[in-house]
Design a protein around this ligand. Structure first.
Ligand SMILES: Nc1ncnc2c1ncn2[C@@H]1O[C@H](COP(=O)(O)OP(=O)(O)OP(=O)(O)O)[C@@H](O)[C@H]1O
Ligand SMILES: [Mg+2]
Length: 337
């Protein structure tokens, strides 16, 4: 069945927001999904650029195709506010409803959207959330990190916007690449890191970022929303959204220092508080939020982004489990578990 956004085709060459760096594949995929489905959710790690991608698509659609109603749900507190927001869209007119930052009100948003999409046949909904809604008919676009070259461009652009010009020399480009890799090419983290370049050279910044505490403390100005104030705030929001067993597993997995298999996760992390049968489910939950990514499907190798690991390690220390878990990882690596 043709969706309402067929008129947009691939979009005019200058149609999107000029602020978005990279993401051409994801933008095209989002356009494709919006043509096929009346409910599309962009999911991924906090700060991955879900809202930026949705805003870019909305901007293009508003210019070429259909009116857009955009609602930021990050400050909404209850079902009433969800319905109030949705009441701005009604009838059979072709409209794109962007429901941005829905993760704190997932169930309410899913219910309200189900009702709205049933009644208002012209409406298509574009949702952004750290977790998917999980409703029937929902098309999901998982948003991963930026490509490394795009991440480096973003770092240079944000630095330039703050009056700092990177030299563009080979050595500085390599250092910028290392900074971006250290930050998992996460757009939010790169923007926050660029702020540091007003007082530090790229090399000094890279050295500072070898410290987990300093990475999580990267901070933006007062104009930045509360949940993006620092990387610790950003991952903290995801932590709040996790189920208790996901939180515990997140902390314990940080002991691996990067990649691990599902089997290793079960062997190292299970105990009476986190039974082995619960681990698969918790791994899937963390993966669905971008807190883990699959490196290799056949070997079931999983990877935890560095700053997510840093955040988990803080919790592991707070839980008093650091030494025990590091010992278990060591035993596992020697084949003794
Ligand atoms: N592709 C991009 N090009 C330029 N800037 C980007 C890009 N992606 C994200 N950003 C910037 O990174 C920051 C975080 O992006 P955004 O708010 O879209 O993340 P998010 O995934 O929606 O986070 P949250 O889960 O907290 O809502 C913003 O300042 C945004 O403008
Ligand atoms: Mg967002």
């Amino acid at each position: 069945m043709a969706g309402i956004f067929d008129c947009e085709a691939d979009g005019p060459p200058d149609g999107g927001s000029r602020d978005l760096i990279g993401r051409s594949w994801e933008s095209a995929e989002l356009s494709r999904l919006l043509k096929r489905s009346r409910l599309v959710t962009v999911v991924g790690l906090g700060g991955a650029g879900k809202s930026a991608l949705a805003a870019d698509a909305a901007h293009r659609i508003a210019r070429t195709c259909a009116p857009v109603v955009a609602v930021d749900m990050s400050g909404a507190h209850g079902v009433g506010q969800v319905f109030q927001a949705l009441s701005r869209t009604s009838g059979d007119h072709e409209t794109l409803l962007v429901l941005d930052n829905c993760e704190r009100l997932l169930a309410a948003s899913a219910r309200a959207l189900g009702q709205l999409l049933g009644e208002a046949t012209g409406v298509t909904a574009l949702v952004t959330s750290r977790r998917r809604l999980g409703t029937a008919g929902e098309a999901v676009l998982p948003l991963g990190p930026l490509r490394l070259d795009d991440a480096v461009r973003l770092l240079a652009l944000r630095a330039r916007q703050l009056g700092v010009r990177l030299s563009g020399g080979e050595e500085e480009r390599v250092t910028a690449g290392r900074i971006c890799l250290r930050l998992d090419c996460l757009p939010l983290a790169i923007g926050l890191a660029a702020g540091q370049l007003t007082g530090h050279t790229p090399r000094e910044l890279l050295v500072r970022l070898s410290d987990a505490e300093a990475s999580l403390a990267l901070s933006g100005g007062p104009e930045v929303p509360e949940r993006h104030r620092t990387l610790r705030h950003c991952h903290g929001r995801s932590h709040e959204l996790c189920l208790a067993q996901e939180r515990l597993l997140w902390a314990r997995l940080s002991a691996f220092g990067g990649t691990f298999t599902r089997l290793a996760a079960e062997k190292v992390c299970a105990d009476e508080q986190l039974p082995v049968e619960a681990i698969g489910h918790a791994l899937d939950g963390l993966t669905a939020q971008g807190l883990l990514s699959r490196v290799n499907h056949r070997a079931e190798l999983l990877r935890m982004p560095r700053t997510v690991q840093d955040y988990g390690a803080e919790w592991l220390a707070r839980l008093g489990e650091e030494t025990r878990l590091l010992e278990r990882v060591l035993l596992w690596s020697r084949g003794l578990l």
